[in-house]
Ligand binder design. Structure first.
Ligand code: MG
Length: 256
């Protein structure tokens, strides 16, 4: 079900989203060679708790038999890991890596969701382009995140921009509505046809999240049941914000 948020609910969404953005900022400042993804997890969790939120990803059910609930406060996906990487003391960042951090802050009944891909020190040119195209794909998408447009308009803009730049979007995962639940309707694919899908209305809050791979669009799931990697071991990037549909331009809520 697609939920339309009231004024009061939107205020609560804004608060959760602001805290998610603050946690991203704390992580960005901490990223450097030698840091483990476990340390980044603690930084994110501490930041969220400092502002009265909790990390919503921790304990998120896998929905699959034999796969434990998600153990981290963040998803930390390095290089060829696309999404859902599990933070670990054994994963130490090194110069030239890229790392995608996806996190959700939950406060007062509402969720704020955002993802960024960061460079660790100096990175190669292709990785730099991958990060930039992924981020720009989000902004190409939200040009269409306006009252009266359809979800497919956003999806199409994202997919077309990514492919024009020689990369591929992930087809198996998508953006989503967000609010009291981390994942609400509608689903928002990162590819598709313009003019399709539900119409956008003021009060909708959406997590729009291009996931982009430098190589082929084939993915695999690691044995941990969570981590999604590229099959060809090329790198991947992720960029996400929670936005609000308004009477006019969309508002990005996960920013500070
Ligand atoms: Mg997310």
């Amino acid at each position: 079900m697609v939920t339309i948020k009231s004024k009061q609910e939107i205020e609560k969404m804004k608060e959760a989203c602001k805290i998610a953005a603050l946690a991203q900022k704390a992580i960005e400042e901490a990223i450097k060679p030698g840091v483990s993804t476990w340390e980044l997890d603690k930084i994110a969790e501490n930041t969220m708790r400092k502002y009265g939120a909790i990390p919503a990803e921790k304990g998120y059910p896998s929905g699959e038999k034999g796969v434990p609930d998600f153990p981290g406060s963040i998803c930390a996906s390095v290089n060829d890991e696309v999404i859902h990487g599990i933070p670990s003391k054994r994963v130490i960042l090194k110069e030239g890596d890229i790392i995608s951090i996806d996190l959700v802050a939950y406060k007062d009944g509402f969720n704020g969701d955002c993802a960024r891909t960061y460079s660790v020190g100096n990175i190669d040119k292709k990785s730099q382009k991958l990060i930039e195209v992924t981020k720009q794909a989000f902004f190409e998408g939200i040009k269409y995140a306006k009252k009266g447009n359809r979800i497919g308009d956003i999806s199409h803009a994202i997919g077309e921009f990514v492919e024009k730049n020689g990369f591929n979007v992930v087809k198996e995962f998508q953006g989503h509505g967000i609010g009291r639940q981390m994942h609400e309707d509608p689903g928002i694919p990162n590819y598709g046809r313009a003019g399709r899908g539900i119409r956008l209305e003021p009060g909708m809050t959406l997590a729009i999240e291009p996931m982009v791979m430098a190589g082929s669009d084939e993915i695999l799931v690691l044995d941990d049941g969570w981590t999604i990697v590229t099959e060809d071991e090329e790198r991947a990037a992720h960029y996400e914000n929670t936005i609000l549909i308004t009477e006019n331009e969309p508002e990005i809520l996960t920013k500070i």
